[in-house]
Design a protein around this ligand. Structure first.
Ligand code: PLP
Ligand code: ZN
Length: 426
């Protein structure tokens, strides 16, 4: 691989080596992302010290409270570049009542620095990449990752190169450009952008493409959502969790987080079930799940949930492993159900989530209706991003908003015309 030669393992905390997820072959930290023997994806392995709940609880209110469980230099916890995480776990009683559920929470990822869960993975990738000697932070992105990389690199004072499909939401394009750095719009799908980035990564020795050549470190950042959910539930695992699936890394790492907490004795083993959520316009993992396949057949995406529009998901097969092992499922919902989900989350809990949040809530509703998800079991859904970045999806909610004159009579006239309307643009 082309990663710069460097690493002394101790420099990435308790991370000890990389291990192939397919054949188990091990390699030293820093030396790439694919197995030299079988080209399988590499994953970070640790030599963990004993940890206590108290030591974690004494840490900062950010992902860095879990620094010991991440492949980062220990100093990151005291001198972080960015401090994502420790987002709210919202008890969603109104939404639960609406859905006929007993106990439901929303993990609300809007609380991150650039308003999506991607700040977590970027913070970890950046800390590892700097330590491994990379000089430029880069990525192919469906939008949120571009925002997170450009922002984190700006704050770190290093160059960023973010590459996006040119048909992204305006809010996500501007939300990257504003940070400076190099923004490259590519005519093509995310999968085209990703292929181009992989080719570039082979050529640019000191560029860390966070989700390509430093992917093992990047992906570990997603564990922090799982750690937080368990800690915020009082060091318990939820009985059911619904996670949006693009590349599949987030879902796979939430499961890894739960298993690590059990292995460390920080949470009890409880037989949780993991569910994956996709948009019907890009549902290769859901299709493989339904068909009983182990491999994921790539698709060409067409959905309003652009943040999840990865037609050839790198972690697809591992998502299938996790949901089958835990007794979960992967399902998908159409664009109209995504919009309904966004509106329902907003109207019941005051949370304006992005299209991916609508996908997750839509799939929860679908799986409840199908009797797959248990309405009486404690359930967490993830709202992974910010609705203000995907405004077009719900632009219709503000239609028919005619301005009135600033007079009492005009107001009275409007009020009488609204009679009987429960929700509307007043
Ligand atoms: C990237 C993204 C996801 C999915 O992430 P993967 O780890 O690639 O599956 C979910 N929601 C939002 C808002 C995202 O930007
Ligand atoms: Zn291998």
């Amino acid at each position: 691989m082309n990663a710069p030669k460097i690493p002394a393992p101790s420099r990435l905390g308790y991370a000890s080596h990389l291990a192939c997820r397919e054949c188990g072959a091990t390699t030293e930290l820093g030396s790439g992302h694919a197995c030299a023997k079988c080209f399988g994806p590499l994953e970070v392995a640790y030599d963990l010290p004993p940890l206590t709940r108290e030591s974690i609880e004494a840490g900062p209110p950010s992902i860095w409270r879990y620094a010991s469980l991440l492949p980062v230099p220990p100093a990151v916890a005291s001198t972080p570049n960015t401090e994502p995480g420790w987002t709210r776990l919202v008890r969603a009683d109104h939404l639960a009542t609406e859905l006929g559920m007993r106990a439901l929470w929303v993990k609300d990822e809007r609380g991150n620095p650039t308003h999506s869960f991607k700040d977590r993975v970027v913070a970890v990738a950046l800390a590892a990449a700097v330590e491994l000697g990379y000089k430029v932070l880069a990525c192919p992105s469906t939008g949120n990752l571009a925002n997170a990389v450009a922002a984190a690199a700006a704050r770190a004072g290093i160059r960023s190169v973010v590459m996006i499909p040119s048909d992204l939401e305006q809010q996500k394009i501007i939300g990257s450009a504003v940070f400076g750095g190099t923004l490259v719009a590519v005519r093509g799908s995310y999968d085209d952008v990703n292929r181009l980035a992989s080719e570039l990564a082979d050529d640019r020795e000191d560029w860390a493409f966070v989700n390509v050549n430093v992917r093992p470190y990047y992906a570990e950042g997603s564990k922090t959502i799982g750690f937080e959910i368990a800690e915020q539930l009082g060091w318990r695992l939820p009985e059911q969790i619904v996670v949006p699936v693009a590349s599949g890394a987030q879902l796979v790492k939430v499961d890894k987080a739960f298993r690590e907490l059990v292995a460390l004795g920080l949470a009890e083993e409880t037989g949780y079930r993991v569910f994956g959520a996709q948009a019907s316009g890009c549902a290769p993992v859901a299709a493989a799940f339904r068909a009983g396949h182990d491999v994921v057949q790539p698709v060409r995406p067409s959905t309003i949930a652009k943040s999840l529009a990865i037609g050839n998901p790198a972690d697809g097969p591992y998502v299938l492993d996790v949901v089958r092992r835990t007794g979960g499922a992967v399902a998908d919902v159409a664009d109209e159900e995504i919009v309904d989900g966004m509106r329902l989350l907003a109207q019941t809990e005051g949370i304006f989530g992005e299209t991916a949040g609508g996908v997750t809530l839509g799939v929860l509703r679908r799986l409840l209706a199908d009797g797959v998800i248990d309405p009486d079991a404690e359930t967490v859904i993830i709202n992974s991003g910010e609705g203000l970045k995907t405004l077009d999806a719900v632009a219709g909610t503000a239609e028919g908003l005619d301005a009135i004159a600033p007079t009492l009579s005009a107001f009275a006239e409007l009020e009488s015309s609204l009679t009987g309307r429960e929700v509307g643009p007043l």
